[in-house]
Design a protein around this ligand. Sequence first.
Ligand code: HEC
Length: 184
Amino acid sequence: MSKTFWIGWLSVLMLSGIDVVGAQGQAPAAPAAKPAAGAAAGAAMTPSARVESTPKGQLKNPYKDDNAAIVAAGKGLYFHTGCNGCHGGGGGGGMCPPLTNDIWVYGGDDDTLFRLVALGSDALLAKGYTRIGMEHVVGPMPAMGAIVPTDDDLWKIITFIRSNYTGSPASKYGTPPDAAPPPG
Ligand code: HEC
């Protein structure tokens, strides 16, 4: 099962022209790959570095999902980094779990989602996180923290995911009663 995930994912990367092995070569066409100056507080860093340098619970999305420009940029990055190959173009799920419903595998708050995408599910579990929800597909989520170019880019992707949410409003940022308060 997990082999299928990886093969599917790698072919998506190849189709979208991403060079996974070496970062040299043609700059990708998507302008979204360049961090927008001043968009997030502090200098941009890779999502992996951001996770390492931020205490648990303190990662917070600087963007709101009513910001159409950020949602559009996030959508571009979502496709460019190959999330759609596993989660479907709108995040509704494909061969992997949907991102749009109110079932959250490890939690639906900003901090947990950022860490899950950056570290992957195996590393997240190794850091003491536990599975709290079951989707129709259970498999490993790969570490994307070195593939999504910057932390700012990952927040844009998460904003795009938030904008596609279709579940109960009360569970958008996590399932009550453990839900983190909505950003505001
Ligand atoms: C190789 C397939 C694959 C790719 C590529 C992938 N994911 Fe995942 N993702 C998964 C799987 C499988 C899970 C479920 C993990 C589990 O059950 O432990 C998951 C879980 C998630 C979740 C949690 C969903 C929930 O309901 O709690 C989010 C959010 C997520 N992925 C976002 C992303 C983003 C953003 C990208 C692109 C940067 C991405 N994924 C790329 C396979 C993938």
